[in-house]
Design a protein. Structure first.
Length: 139
């Protein structure tokens, strides 16, 4: 767990924006975000608390922006604050990233926890593959 930090730091600035966005969204957004990131809801609550120094991992940023449906202004403010807190750590995602849903037909594993784990694994794999395909060729 992160140590408490002073309000007004660079990390607390972007975490405050995240917390505000989460509080303005419908009930269940923390649960949905936890599912997408493969974490539990309390992790999301801790991660979005500006009092704690635990940084938001860079690989989660794009998923957070998509799941929480940041407005353009919220997105820009969050990304600017994140960049101030962690210079160069974030490959800024496109301001116009568009997400689409893909339906897969999978066998039921007869265990809700294992089914959910498989769903998260496939979603994470899809995001990672898309990032690889968007990367410039290394020839």
């Amino acid at each position: 767990m992160g140590e408490p930090i002073e309000q007004g730091t660079a990390v607390s600035a972007y975490k405050q924006i995240l917390r505000n966005v989460l509080e303005q969204r419908p009930a269940g957004i923390r649960r949905r975000l936890a599912e997408v990131l493969g974490k539990n809801r309390s992790f999301i609550t801790h991660l979005s608390n500006p009092v704690y120094s635990t940084p938001v991992p860079a690989q989660y940023v794009e998923s957070i922006l998509a799941v929480c449906h940041f407005s353009s202004a919220e997105r820009e403010a969050f990304l600017a604050a994140y960049e101030r807190a962690h210079p160069g750590r974030l490959a800024r995602p496109s301001a116009r990233t568009v997400w689409r849903n893909v339906e897969l037909r999978l066998p039921d594993l007869n265990d809700p926890d294992r089914n959910a784990q498989l769903d998260r694994l496939l979603q994470d794999m899809g995001v990672r593959l898309a990032h690889l395909m968007q990367a410039p060729d290394q020839e």
